[in-house]
Design a protein around this ligand. Structure first.
Ligand SMILES: Nc1ncnc2c1ncn2[C@@H]1O[C@H](COP(=O)(O)OP(=O)(O)OP(=O)(O)O)[C@@H](O)[C@H]1O
Length: 237
């Protein structure tokens, strides 16, 4: 089954072509990585996927829905952790979890999620007083509280310490085992190699390579996805 189908997506901001004819599909249960240099169009693409931005042209289907026309219906079925999303400064961790769980018909147990994401000890802290990594973990727990079938994670582990990063990988492994479809935007090639079934390498608003990490490594004759990425990225500059 196909979870996401994107065909010839185009999006410009004024004179800047952020996304310039991108097409890809993501199968249900797949972990799909979106890689690429700063400004390659990754965030714009995922924002179009979840209905936060309207594409100039092209078609997008997410869980069988048009993300712009069915934005509210889709919001109940997907979880998103985006770069730099903010909560009210004074909102406390537990309060945010309780509030978000109320948006969904069959939410996960938010108290259990606090434990799972090591947020229980800071449950009474205000959002403004959290460290960058704590904010990140909270955003992720909030993205999962509705038990979504699809999660979109933009720079999931940026700002996390090495231990928290590995813990997050393990939790993502659990999500995958539960059959959740994951779209993961990342600058970490070790993360993409470990977690993703397939990756798309973006360059200047286009997909310049798409395949399993193993395929991209074989195609470029590299020793790792990081080396394969550097070889591919060199071609896009
Ligand atoms: N709101 C905006 N207004 C104008 N230009 C924008 C806007 N958002 C993004 N852009 C431009 O669109 C292009 C693609 O940006 P986008 O954020 O999608 O890239 P990205 O691959 O996610 O980058 P990064 O890795 O730095 O997060 C860039 O040239 C960026 O400057």
């Amino acid at each position: 089954m196909t979870a996401i189908e994107v065909t010839d997506l185009q999006k410009s901001y004024g004179g800047t072509r952020a996304v310039d004819g991108v097409s890809f599909t993501v199968a249900a249960g797949e972990t799909f990585g979106i890689l690429g240099h700063n400004g390659a169009g990754k965030t714009t693409t995922v924002e179009c996927l979840i209905g936060l931005r309207r594409a100039d042209s092209g078609t997008i289907s997410v869980l069988g829905l048009d993300p712009v026309r069915s934005r509210r219906a889709l919001a109940r079925r997907i979880g998103a952790q985006l770069q730099e999303s903010e909560l009210p400064a004074r909102m406390r961790v537990a309060e945010a979890m309780r509030l978000f769980s109320a948006f969904y018909d069959e939410p996960d147990d938010w108290r259990a999620l606090l434990d799972r994401w090591s947020l229980a000890p800071i449950r009474n802290k205000a959002f403004a007083d959290l460290s960058g990594g704590q904010k990140q973990r909270l955003q992720l727990a909030l993205a999962l509280v509705g038990r979504p079938g699809l999660v979109v994670l933009d720079e999931l582990t940026t700002g996390l310490d090495p231990v928290a990063r590995r813990e997050t990988w393990a939790l993502l492994g659990d999500l995958k085992a539960a059959g959740t479809t994951v779209v993961l935007v990342s600058h970490f090639m070790d993360e993409a190699e470990e977690l993703c079934d397939r990756v798309a390498v973006f360059g200047h608003g286009r997909i310049v390579a798409l395949g399993t990490p193993r395929e991209l490594i074989a195609e470029t004759g590299a020793a790792s996805l990081e080396d394969a990425y550097l070889a591919l990225a060199g071609e896009t500059r």
